[in-house]
Design a protein around this ligand. Structure first.
Ligand code: KG4
Ligand code: ZN
Length: 342
């Protein structure tokens, strides 16, 4: 195999995705979201997600091949998310990968979705191991020292909600549109973060664990008090609540990142770097604070472009390429795993 051409499949949450990678070149990356299907339910409905993946995966693959200008025969391997995630969707991907790998007689590799996020900064940047990764999305929040394609040290993570989930719930409580992150960020820009006192959960405790459910409760209480006192929310109240909430998320994430950096730098990495991934990494306030922290500690800051930061299949193809290069293969016993910590 020269430069391998790899098909990636991702169907572990609410995006049906397929991508074709040649070496480190993303030839195509198709992501079919399901937001409209779940909108009425206020969250991802597993049954609906599973059916949509089963219906759309073939089409996603067809589009990914067409956009890449390759045929099934050109593929050297198939990489698929085999967990963690909603079991129905993961199963759809794994079954399709098994079918393709068998029919084409090509190797198949099962990829951990989190490893996909964690390795992707190396797809777009020459980033040597080990680096510190902060994964912040709608479903995940954790600090990892990434030492190799299969070697991760988890330093801590959320003990309840993920930050993206907290942004989404905040938006819902304040009558803002979904996804909540961008909506809350836009209103926060017009708000005064000091007007309301939001807690800074777990900062008083050592370690790198985080908690976001208390922020949501604090927001609910502040909102209800305003409504009781003045009969409703004014536009400025919403902006100030968004600003206060966002500042609290930024502060806890930045402080815990400072602690994670401490542990990581203790190992004296040769070219220290912090990589962020996940949808919440798009937040400019958070990004700015993390960049300042990195500048202060003389650590390089890197983040994949947003389209590769949020759920996609190019990240699965890329992680698969690293695993294949390390001699890994999956066989037909590859299982779909709803839980699979790194
Ligand atoms: O990684 P991602 O696309 O999906 C999963 O978690 O599966 O992340 C989506 C999350 C949503 O919760 C969304 O509200 C949040 O990322 N998000 C943001 C911003 N853009 C997206 N949160 C804060 N600020 C943003 N600018
Ligand atoms: Zn994800």
């Amino acid at each position: 195999m020269g430069v391998p051409t790899i098909l990636g499949l991702e169907s572990s949450c609410d995006d049906t995705a397929a991508a074709v990678l040649r070496g480190r070149q993303v030839l195509s990356s198709v992501v079919m979201g399901q937001a409209d299907l779940h909108a009425a339910f206020g969250g991802v409905v597993p049954e609906i997600a599973a059916r949509a993946h089963a219906e759309k995966l073939d089409l996603a693959v067809e589009q990914a091949l067409a956009q890449a200008g390759v045929t099934l025969d050109d593929l050297d391997a198939v990489a698929v998310t085999s967990g963690p995630g909603l079991i129905g969707g993961v199963l759809s991907g794994v079954m399709l990968a098994k079918g393709l790998a068998t029919a084409l007689d090509r190797p198949m590799i099962g990829v951990n979705h989190l490893a996909g996020h964690a390795l992707t900064p190396r797809l777009t940047d020459d980033l040597p191991y080990p680096y510190l990764m902060l994964l912040v999305s709608g479903g995940h929040c954790q600090f990892l020292i990434v030492r190799g394609p299969q070697e991760f040290t988890r330093l801590g993570g959320t003990i309840d909600d993920a930050p993206g989930e907290a942004f989404d719930k905040t938006a819902r409580l304040l009558g803002l549109p979904q996804p909540g992150g961008p909506a809350v960020e836009a209103r926060a820009r017009m708000g005064d973060a000091r007007r309301f006192a939001f807690p800074r959960p777990l900062l008083d405790r050592p370690g790198c664990d985080l908690s976001f459910s208390g922020l949501k409760t604090a927001l609910l209480r502040l909102r209800d008090r305003l409504i009781a006192d003045q009969g409703g929310l004014h536009a400025q109240d919403v902006s100030d609540l968004c600003a206060g909430f966002q500042a609290a998320v930024r502060d806890v994430l930045t402080e815990k990142t400072r602690r994670a950096l401490e542990i990581y730098l203790d190992g004296a990495p040769q070219a220290p770097a912090l990589a962020v991934a996940g949808g919440v990494a798009a937040n400019a306030a958070l990004r700015g604070a993390l960049q300042d922290l990195c500048a202060e500690r003389q650590v390089r800051f890197t983040a994949p472009p947003l389209a590769l930061c949020t759920d996609n299949a190019a990240m699965i193809a890329y992680a698969g390429s690293e695993l294949l290069a390390a001699g890994q293969r999956s066989d037909m016993t590859l299982a779909a795993r709803p839980r699979w910590p790194l």
